[in-house]
Design a protein around this ligand. Structure first.
Ligand SMILES: Nc1ncnc2c1ncn2[C@@H]1O[C@H](COP(=O)(O)OP(=O)(O)O)[C@@H](O)[C@H]1O
Ligand SMILES: C[C@@](O)(CCOP(=O)(O)O)CC(=O)O
Ligand SMILES: [Mg+2]
Length: 387
């Protein structure tokens, strides 16, 4: 039996970074997914292995089950119904196992994702031999939540193999977990995201788990529903960066200037709340859609200014802002910043010609543009007979 899961990436409409410090943020899932396939192998005594294939980065890891037991059995488990944090000692044990596999220097940043996998795997399934394959539509390390989508998709396949989750394996097509299973999935994925991000807010794994659009503050989500069409251009600057380092940078600035930063975070909190309320308020006609779009643009512009204040903008992001502004379009970074992706609001009445022109100009700077569907399904799983 093969279990597959898919989990979406996300955009943050307002509130990234500040959400780590307790402010409200608003995020939506996007129609780009990370896929994980898991096939538990029949036990073959001394030949048992755990194989992880990361197709997007052309890396394969293969550990004898005996080696994993030797390194990690002291941690106990499996404990699928009790999400547990990975200690720094356990993380070091896993990093040692990853190092033995000789990852090329340029790909060492991937070790945190592999550690998250090992933690989730051994905690939820124990020491079963299996082959796990990962592919993704998402650009990695670009602000679209690939780390969270990875943790959610890993966890969904793992939980589906335990009896903590009650699913009819004979059902065809993509299936959705029940409410209490989604909660468990989200909690485990957060534990994985902690290994990758250091200090995540939990917004990315939550929106990837539940899908649609959410308002998020201090670990609590409120599902929201947009009452207006919302079209965003996503520009990937292709400047690589690492969320963990950027989040740590904002925390350091907060330690140095705690008073000033608390005003910044409060301002972001108000912006996110107002943005959520604009999106949700019923829209009777085209005129009011335009008025609401103008409000959203102003809020995005203010949020971007405050992200600059936090020190997470980048020359490439500023180039996108300037380029889109030439067409009277407003943009803000999304995700951790420092490069990565930028969102541009595309108003409903904007002509297709302008959209084509702005995309052509952004692409001539070496950026990559995409228009993704906003607010689709969250995590889903699918069972199929192994070939
Ligand atoms: N498809 C994938 N294959 C391998 N590793 C992945 C994949 N998706 C995410 N990762 C892990 O997540 C990290 C990127 O996460 P992060 O810096 O938070 O950026 P973002 O979440 O915005 O894409 C990668 O360095 C890698 O460790
Ligand atoms: C910066 C932050 O708000 C979002 C990070 O998103 P991403 O990993 O850049 O996709 C961090 C967090 O909320 O955990
Ligand atoms: Mg991330």
């Amino acid at each position: 039996m093969e279990v597959k899961a898919r989990a979406p990436g996300k955009i943050i409409l307002a509130g990234e970074h500040a959400v780590v410090h307790g402010s409200t943020a608003v995020a939506a899932s996007i129609g780009l997914y990370t896929y994980v396939s898991l096939q538990v192998s029949p036990s073959n005594e001394n030949n048992d292995r755990l194989i992880l294939q990361l197709k997007d980065t052309a890396l394969e890891f293969s550990w004898p089950i005996g080696r994993i037991k030797e390194a990690l059995s002291s941690l106990g488990g499996p404990f699928p119904s009790t999400p547990t944090s990975c200690s720094s000692e356990s993380l070091n044990l896993m990093l040692a196992m990853i190092e033995e596999q000789n990852i090329p220097e340029a790909k060492t940043s991937l070790a945190s994702g592999v550690s998250a996998f090992l933690w989730l795997y051994t905690s939820i399934l124990g020491f079963k031999p299996a082959t796990v394959v990962v592919t993704s539509d998402l650009p990695l390390g670009s602000g679209l939540g690939s780390s969270a989508a990875l943790c959610v998709a890993f966890t969904a396949t793992l939980l589906a193999c335990t009896d903590t989750v009650n699913m009819d394996m004979k059902q065809e097509g993509w299936l959705v977990f029940g409410e209490s299973e989604l909660e468990l999935l989200n909690k485990w994925a957060f534990e994985g995201e902690k290994i990758i991000h250091g200090k995540p807010s939990g917004i990315d794994n939550t929106v990837s788990t539940y899908g649609n659009m959410i308002k998020f503050k201090s670990g609590n989500l409120t599902r929201i529903k947009s009452s207006m069409p919302l079209k965003m251009l996503i520009t990937n600057t292709k400047v690589g960066r690492n969320t963990k380092a950027l989040v740590a940078g904002v925390s350091e600035r907060t330690l140095r200037h705690s008073d000033a930063m608390s005003f910044v975070f409060n301002a972001v909190d108000s912006i996110s709340k107002e943005l959520a309320s604009v999106i949700q308020t019923p829209t009777p006609d085209d005129l009011s859609i335009t008025a609401k779009e103008e409000k959203l643009e102003e809020l995005m512009e203010m949020n971007q200014g405050l992200l600059q204040c936090m020190g997470v903008s980048h020359a490439s992001i500023e180039t996108v802002l300037r380029t889109t502004l030439k067409y009277k379009l407003v943009s803000k970074l999304t995700g951790a910043g420092g490069g990565g992706c930028v969102l541009t609001l595309l108003p409903t009445l904007l002509s297709g010609t302008i959209v084509d022109k702005v995309i052509a100009e952004l692409e001539s700077c070496g950026f990559q543009c995409l228009i993704a569907g906003i607010g689709g399904n969250g995590a889903e799983i699918c069972f199929s007979a192994s070939s």
